[in-house]
Design a protein around this ligand. Structure first.
Ligand code: ADP
Length: 163
């Protein structure tokens, strides 16, 4: 039986840290749904459609990866998809507390939901989408932190790196 998991997040924008989690997730699961949370209250830099397009472009034509978006609660999306395993990444101790709360809240809302955590390697433990947005906004170079198409998308959105 094929093993499926949903990898939810804001992905505003996709970083190489996310890509590493997707690659490692594909060692554990046969198929992954990368699910962009559409939460306009968070005032994202990229719309959900733009974030989806950047992910699809960066991942390429991998038939094992579906890129989707959802509104509202993750547990409702999980129910709709019929995939009750959620993949998340852990960067540092600082992620642990929030992820622990979130996993337990999700399990309270949907008892048969399982969260699986993959730890980031030393290359990307410091990479957060928020920091990437800030660096790009102030003209810093994000090469190596995000896939090339995301760097180009950031340059279109906020202007390229300062010479
Ligand atoms: P961020 O926290 O960077 O804004 P998301 O909300 O999109 O990103 O995160 C989705 C999931 O990916 C979360 O579980 C988060 O901990 C994980 N993640 C994000 N960046 C990394 C990284 N550099 N290494 C490992 N996991 C990460």
């Amino acid at each position: 039986m094929a093993r499926y998991a949903i990898y939810p997040g804001s992905f505003d924008p996709l970083t190489n840290g996310h890509v590493a989690i997707i690659q490692r997730g594909l060692k554990l699961f046969d198929r992954l749904v990368v699910a962009v949370a559409n939460n306009p209250q968070k005032k994202p830099l990229f719309t959900a459609e733009e974030r989806k397009a950047l992910i699809a472009e960066a991942i390429g034509n991998d038939p094992r990866v579906e890129v989707d978006s959802f509104d509202g609660l993750l547990v409702d999306y999980v129910r709709r998809k019929g995939i009750h395993t959620v993949l998340r990444g852990l960067r540092a101790v600082s992620d642990f507390e929030y992820e622990f709360q979130l996993a337990n809240m999700n399990r309270k809302l949907l008892p048969d939901l399982e969260s699986v955590f993959v730890m980031t390697g030393e290359d990307y433990f410091f990479v957060t989408a928020q920091l990437v947005r800030e660096v790009a906004t102030f003209g810093g170079d994000v090469t190596g932190l995000v896939p090339p198409n995301v760097a180009a998308g950031l340059a279109r959105k906020v202007g390229g790196p300062k010479p």
